[in-house]
Ligand binder design. Structure first.
Ligand code: HEM
Length: 205
């Protein structure tokens, strides 16, 4: 049995809880603005706009904490993806998720001091945190200040294209969240990863 590891420093836990809560507000208000019937909205339209804007600003500022913490503290090392051998590592992890875990086999990439994430988790986090999240922030800020958006792109409205990008990335991030929470239950016990995010300590296998 490995010993307990302190993997989630306080700044990371604070970033994560603020991010998670306001992401939920963004998804609820975003879905309400996108799909609900204006006569019977899920959330009153003006309220949805107000809360979406406020939460978007909070998530954007909060992202700077993640960025600084990950670039300038030891947390960054967990996000380094090496191309060499990546495909084989991903294959191993996928086989574990679709087969091994249901047979009670041990995880192929156990957590240790130098490896907080399995290869699939790492790649997903990198694409999400350094790809999708910056994209949704930049497109969201552009929509908040629409005068900054080019008017016409090959005959299509720049605002329309920005909104399309923002909505598409919002959908992908919502999918990420569902999958993220599902996989977060696959720790040592169903709740151990959630406890780790509350206390900072990884529960050993
Ligand atoms: C209700 C919402 C959420 C819950 C319950 C949740 C749960 C968790 C848990 C249990 C962990 C620790 C396990 C692990 O290391 O993977 C974690 C880590 C993480 N979560 Fe979430 N999460 C939520 C929302 C989000 C959102 C919206 C994002 C990003 C858009 C996100 C990004 C991350 C990242 C990047 C980590 C790893 C942080 C690090 O250790 O460097 N989470 N989450």
């Amino acid at each position: 049995m490995s010993s307990r590891l302190y993997l989630y420093p306080i700044w990371l836990r604070l970033w994560h809880i603020v991010n998670a809560l306001f992401f939920l507000v963004l998804i609820a208000t975003g879905i309400s603005m996108q799909y609900s019937n204006p006569d019977a909205p899920f959330i009153a339209f003006d309220q949805a706009v107000k809360w979406h804007n406020l939460s978007g600003i909070i998530v954007s500022l909060n992202y700077l904490i993640f960025l600084a913490g990950t670039l300038f503290t030891g947390n960054g090392k967990y996000y380094v993806v090496k191309c060499k051998g990546l495909f084989d590592e991903l294959k191993k992890q996928v086989i574990y998720y679709v087969y091994g875990t249901f047979k009670g086999q041990p995880t192929p990439f156990p957590v240790n001091k130098t490896r907080k994430f399995n290869p699939l988790q790492k790649l997903t986090y990198v694409l999400t945190m350094f790809g999708l999240v910056p994209l949704i922030i930049v497109s969201g800020l552009a929509l908040l200040f629409p005068e900054t958006i080019v008017e016409n792109v090959f005959g299509l409205s720049g605002i329309y294209l920005t909104a399309l990008l923002h909505g598409t990335v919002g959908f992908l991030l919502s999918m990420f969240l569902v999958i993220h929470i599902y996989f977060a239950t696959m720790g040592t016990t169903a709740l151990s990863n959630f406890k780790s995010m509350a206390t900072g300590w990884h529960e050993p296998h």
